[in-house]
Design a protein. Sequence first.
Length: 403
Amino acid sequence: MRKRIQKQAQIEEKMDASLPVVPEAFSQEVTIDTADENTTEPRRHAINAAIENTSDAIITLRQDFQISYLNPAAATKLGVARPSAIGKSCTELLGCQNLNRMLLCGTSSCPLVRALEQKRPLPNEELIIGTDQPGKFEVSASVNPIQLDDGFSYAIFNARDMSALKVANRVRSNFVSMVSHELRTPLNSVHGFIDLLLQGHMGEMNEEQRMYLGYTQEGVQQLISIVEDILFMTRSDLGQFEVKQQEVHLLSLVRQVVRSLQPQALKAEVALCQDIPSDVPALYMDPQRIKQVLNNLVANAIKFTPPGGTVTVSARRHDDHFEMISVVDTGYGIPVEDSQHVFERFYQSNHSQQSKMGGYGLGLSIARLIVEQHGGTIGFDTVVNKGTTFYFTLPLYINESKG
């Protein structure tokens, strides 16, 4: 004879905050043989003790984002009493922000919203949690959605304090920033002098000399781009990155990007197209940063699309508050083993096409950072040998003066 362990609702009714009680979320699928009850009860006590005594903050939230359980580490870190925290909304207790201190509560970037909507775990989210300024701290969080027989969806929020590690990373970032600054100055000088040579200011050159100088200029420009991207990431890590949002018309921005990348597309024998409706509404964004995102996505699409293929930039309404911009290619696609690492910094695929195309693995990390700073989300769909679609959302511009 078999019986199922009590569900979350039963536990909450009996829960005494002074006693270690594990929410059903951690044991929803466990079944027990009557003959094994004597061994199962000590096992439950061991699990309870592990959760109650871990230094990681563990919080269970219902689908309406109300707290149904938190362990002592979570209560201590957040500076709340456990009984009073039960039933509070996560906005009152967690107040999740990204590393640029943008509030995620109520946006599509909220990790709890994403985990529950996508119905899959969300690992290694870097967040700032806490609602009181002195009590805010940086964590590496994972969010795991679960479904119980009571008809409710739950999310298990597990957070590890990364404050000490962040201090060490900040020292490293300062050093990298300093070195990058020192590299940028001589690289810009080299780039400038090559321009002068190519323009004939130092005398006429034959075609072979111009060709070799052109190769040199491409290499220097690539180095400058790498240095600029590293500086961008270190500024972000140090909390010095912000976006300057304003009313922007997407069509003109996309035209600029397509025009600037047309030579690269012609060289690769790839058709570069745009499909932006003329009546697309104005968006609320930082034009320079979003141009950087589109440049990264379109350049990558051209790079990984074979001759004769097509890259298309399109837009459509996502919901009442966001527009979705997509970059669609008919390229090689992304192998399954690489999919979960696409947005990681400096990640390099072992795939043969990646080794041919080069790159240093920062473009997509930067794109995600910029999009999330706008309150949007970024993702992709891919089919190997058929193509990839990268898409991201941006907020619509709301003219408050009309209200």
